[in-house]
Design a protein around this ligand. Structure first.
Ligand SMILES: Cc1cc2nc3c(=O)[nH]c(=O)nc-3n(C[C@H](O)[C@H](O)[C@H](O)COP(=O)(O)OP(=O)(O)OC[C@H]3O[C@@H](n4cnc5c(N)ncnc54)[C@H](O)[C@@H]3O)c2cc1C
Length: 276
């Protein structure tokens, strides 16, 4: 049976992109809040860069010391190959916050989380001319704008993706964005034409109920009627719990939620897509 036009409009698209490793340089840096720095990257290697979804990420190749060039991989059929006998770059995932092909600029927003992370420290120290490599996006998960409503949930690491989504959604689109920050002055103003209700959440995790502040708000939230889509990203256990709650306890259709771990309190790979 042919799928209806409405169903087609609400179907997410999974795109693959050719992988390329690009060596870029810092063009400028802006302190957006005391806890967020925006680094604008440029370079001839940016030619042909694509990022069709706010949910995209690039993998950063960070040098051992800010200012030095990172050791760059080459792309082979087996994936990325690093030159032998040289220290591998530190790898971290970040959201392409804004790409301007005319200006040849890519913005990446770094949360300065204060835990001596290599990426956060690199961004803190970044100066015009400093080098960084990027790979990807390898693929894009494109969530249609046509849903009746959008719920965007996340912590500070998700603000670049949420900010980009709010900038890209069409005029009047109904959006509820719920964002947890550790400090009140980590909050941002977002540019948008959408009809946005923005709820900031602050609080201490690990209280008697064992929930993150974000989880607590989601537990109390009544989802709007109609065909909507939930996008959530942030700390691993918080986002996993939000995904489980909405799908298992509230009966949200699994095809109507994208929930992604962006980092972990404990050491280890932070990136995980729940329910995949
Ligand atoms: C798909 C994807 C997109 C992402 N997009 C962005 C983005 O646009 N901007 C952004 O800032 N981050 C983003 N992140 C999260 C970012 O990759 C992680 O926070 C990463 O761990 C930071 O690397 P680091 O080298 O600074 O710290 P790490 O060396 O990885 O960690 C050092 C210590 O800091 C802790 N830590 C790491 N991140 C945080 C945090 N946010 N808050 C508190 N403690 C933390 C770790 O638990 C560890 O103890 C994204 C992650 C993914 C998977």
């Amino acid at each position: 049976m042919a799928i209806s036009t409405k169903q087609a409009q609400l179907t997410v698209q999974k795109l693959r992109h050719p992988v390329k490793a690009r060596l870029l340089q810092v063009r400028r840096k802006a302190q957006i809040t005391p806890y967020l720095v925006r680094v604008t990257l440029t370079g001839d290697d940016l030619d042909g860069f694509v990022s069709p979804s706010f949910d995209d990420h690039v993998r950063l190749f960070l040098p051992p010391v800010p200012g030095e060039k990172p050791v760059m991989p080459t792309v082979s059929e087996q994936g990325l190959v690093y030159p032998e006998g040289q220290p591998r770059p530190v790898l971290r995932d970040y959201t392409p916050r804004r790409y301007d092909s005319e200006a040849g600029e890519l913005d990446i927003d770094f949360v300065l989380h204060g835990h001596n992370g290599r990426a956060a420290s690199w961004a803190s120290a970044a100066h015009e001319g400093h080098y960084v490599g990027i790979g990807g996006p390898r693929g894009s998960f494109v969530i249609p704008c046509d849903y009746a409503w959008h719920l965007l949930v996340g912590d500070e690491t998700a603000m670049p993706a949420i900010g980009r989504r709010l900038a890209e959604l069409p005029r009047g689109k109904r959006v509820l964005a719920i964002i947890e920050t550790e400090h009140p002055n980590a909050r941002l103003n977002f540019e948008t034409r959408a009809d946005v209700t923005l709820q900031w959440v602050q609080g201490v995790a690990g209280q008697a109920d064992g929930m993150s502040p974000l989880e607590r708000v989601i537990h109390r939230l009544q989802l709007p009627d109609g065909d909507g889509y939930v996008w959530a990203a942030g700390e691993h256990s918080s986002i996993r719990a939000i995904h489980q709650h909405l799908v298992n306890e509230r009966g949200l259709d699994k095809s109507r939620i994208r929930a992604v771990s962006y980092w972990r309190h404990t050491a280890g790979e932070g990136h995980e897509v729940f329910g995949d």
